[in-house]
Design a protein around this ligand. Structure first.
Ligand SMILES: Nc1ncnc2c1ncn2[C@@H]1O[C@H](COP(=O)(O)OP(=O)(O)O)[C@@H](O)[C@H]1O
Ligand SMILES: [Mg+2]
Length: 345
């Protein structure tokens, strides 16, 4: 009985996920035998892998059944990142194979108008003649179905979810699969899984832009999307108030760390055009977006007024870029879309 024998005896033991021999995958290492005691190392993606106990059990059974073997010691180690990437290359996400550009709309906190802007920027891109998809990735409060008045449930075809077509774009939201009034209390690993599904198993088809409405902040969903889409550009939304600015700084620093390009900053609810005077009224303070843009070196590509029609568009299900694309605010959205398109050629 020598090391080679032991390795051969383990060749039929398969990795349950990849259906390939542990030996052929190079996961069995440092095999030695001394006085009937076999020791070996099993390398796995992580040393807390749920496969650990199953595989250790199988290895002990197979090797322990060999003549002259009295006991089997298995040490589990974690593969290095490089080894892991080489041995287990990630399958490309099927649903987004034909998507040219990704644009995630992010903010430091909620209620700053992120969804309103994601929806209207997506529609402004449609108006420019692009093929556009809109993914509502706000797992904690998907509001795209409400804003676009989408009530139908999504269909499936060959295990792929078919996004809903409305206003010339393809739309998918978790709010379309679960009941709209359900509470969304996803935990970390589930968030990652469900967002991957939104990219992998939704038939987005050929798109120039997939616009993604991220939940606010720097939690699991933002990190998942950032990791899954290394080429995604970020559109950062803020309001002029300092609190929003502090939150948005944290969010900017997350995307700087992950190496994503922030295509621009949009300041929302910047001013109020009241109709009685030409003068814009700066309700929430002045110049916050501009200061942040200079400080973080991100171009300020739009300032959106506080506009009752824009808010009502969200409530009625007919967004402003559908009902009044040529209004003052509509033109601001068109400018933002133009800026994005120019920067993403
Ligand atoms: N510029 C604006 N003028 C008027 N109402 C706005 C404006 N931006 C957002 N709103 C309203 O503010 C509320 C919050 O906007 P929403 O887009 O849902 O924010 P978020 O996605 O960041 O939580 C909505 O009722 C929306 O209609
Ligand atoms: Mg929102």
């Amino acid at each position: 009985m020598d090391e080679q024998h032991i390795v051969e005896s383990l060749r039929p033991v398969l990795h349950p996920k990849f259906k390939k021999s542990l030996v052929d995958l190079g996961l069995i290492r440092n095999v030695s035998i001394q006085d009937g005691i076999v020791s070996l190392t099993l390398a796995l993606k992580s040393d807390t892998s749920p496969l650990k106990n199953i595989l250790m059990g199988e290895i002990k059974k197979v090797v322990g059944a060999l003549p002259e073997v009295s006991s089997v010691l298995v040490k589990v180690v974690a593969l290095s990142k490089e080894e892991s990437a080489r041995l287990f290359p990630k399958a490309p996400l099927k649903g987004i194979e034909k998507v040219k550009h990704f644009l995630a709309v992010a903010s430091g906190k909620g209620g700053v108008g992120k969804t309103t802007i994601a929806v209207n920027v997506a529609l402004a891109l449609v108006e420019k003649g692009y093929k556009v998809g809109l993914l509502d990735a706000d797992v904690y409060g998907p509001s795209v179905p409400l804003m676009l008045d989408i009530r139908e449930a999504v269909d499936q075809e060959n295990n792929m979810i078919i996004p809903i077509d409305k206003y010339g774009m393809r739309i998918m939201s978790l709010g379309m699969t679960a009941g709209q009034n359900d509470a969304f209390i996803w935990r970390g690993p589930l968030v990652t899984k469900i967002l991957h599904q939104m990219l992998d198993q939704v038939k987005w088809g050929e798109l120039d832009y997939l616009v993604i409405d991220l939940p606010p902040g720097t939690g699991d969903p933002s990190i998942t999307i950032a990791k899954a889409l290394p080429k995604c550009s970020i559109l950062m939304i803020t309001t002029p108030q300092e609190v929003a600015l502090a939150d948005v700084r944290r969010s900017i620093s997350l995307f700087n760390k992950t190496g994503h390009s922030i295509v621009g900053l949009v300041e929302n609810m910047s001013y109020f055009l009241c109709g009685h005077t030409e003068q814009p009224i700066e309700i929430f303070g002045k110049g916050g977006g501009k200061r942040l843009s200079e400080e973080a070196n991100i171009p300020l590509i739009g300032t959106i007024p506080l506009d009752l029609a824009l808010g009502q568009g969200g409530d009625s299900g007919v967004p402003l870029m559908v009902s009044a694309p040529h209004s003052t605010t509509g033109v601001v959205f068109q400018e933002i879309a133009k800026n994005i398109a120019v920067r993403q050629q």
